[in-house]
Design a protein around this ligand. Sequence first.
Ligand code: ADP
Length: 371
Amino acid sequence: MALRVGVVGGGQLARMMIAPAVELGIEIQVLAEEPAMSAALAASAVGDYRDLDTVRAFAQGLDVLTFDHEHVPQEVLRALVADGIRVHPGPDALQYAQDKLLMRGRLAELGLPQPDWAAVTDAGDLRAFLDDHGGRAVVKTPRGGYDGKGVRVVSDPAEVADWLDGGALLVEELVDFTRELAQQIARRPSGELVAYPVVETVQRGGVCAEVIAPAPHGTVRLAEVAEQIGATIAEGLGVTGMLAVELFETTDERLLVNELAMRPHNSGHWSQDGAVTSQFEQHLRAVLDLPLGEPTPRQPWAVMVNILGGPAEGGLEQRWPAALAAHPAVKVHTYGKAPRPGRKVGHVTAAGADLDAVAYEARAAAAFFTD
Ligand code: ADP
């Protein structure tokens, strides 16, 4: 009988697990928040992932339950595990992707490099941190942030007055980074671990705009340090499935951990067209505890450019003829989402031997889809 994977969350990450599931012969089902979401083309239920009965009913008969986001409450996850359902990543690991304060504390215990940080509960604590760190710092809500929402650079506690009565906040030094990198690791419940090459991620307005794989100008040492950090986190936190570690590279060539995602991640979309095993196939293999695939790049370079927003009028499809004709070697991925300003609605990937040519191809193809 076919293996059955259930994915909580109906976004594009769940959607992009569908193709490799079909290829491998895995049955995939999705619990979507609403009808007509990105992943609704898989057999899908619609329901509230915060409701135990809903998720419990969805999980019946599955070989493993996994996620396209990290928002399923701990109580729900723990009740499912108590029912005997295989949940990967499990609640013990996932808590560190759900709460940035917990993550900072655990990474400190593991001795991993990260920005100076503190938990602050009032304006006085925050003022003291600012005074110790040159008058500016980054304040983050510990839970629920994404794409830069829940992150503010501040020089005065009054700038987060609206957040201060909601419990502890994470404050971090404002890192003077030269660029942002991401390290992906896949880990099986039985322990096997595979590392993708470290990539460079370019953010605009707090949103990932572009990824270059592998990170250009990367020394062997950089790659080794990034991989070691990723492996230490995957093992130390007991992560199963795909892990993405977002990193800052500093002016003095240190790597600092920014944040974690325990699922396929935007920084790994290049792997669909640029690696022997895509992060989506790898996630399925890992959560099912199947042997992992090679993460090796197929070409020296891959560049992934997000399609943010899309055309003001009509769908992305109207742009296909021109884009596909102009860039036949570029791979276009769209998520079945309605274009809205700034919204991630798709991405394109180009791969090849010459980084400049590959980057040009990917950027030019993506430009066809935005106004
Ligand atoms: P989100 O959960 O919204 O993705 P992140 O913690 O990744 O939030 O922060 C979003 C972006 O803000 C990062 O990609 C980085 O560009 C910037 N940022 C976050 N933390 C810091 C920091 N300590 N110093 C400098 N920039 C930061």
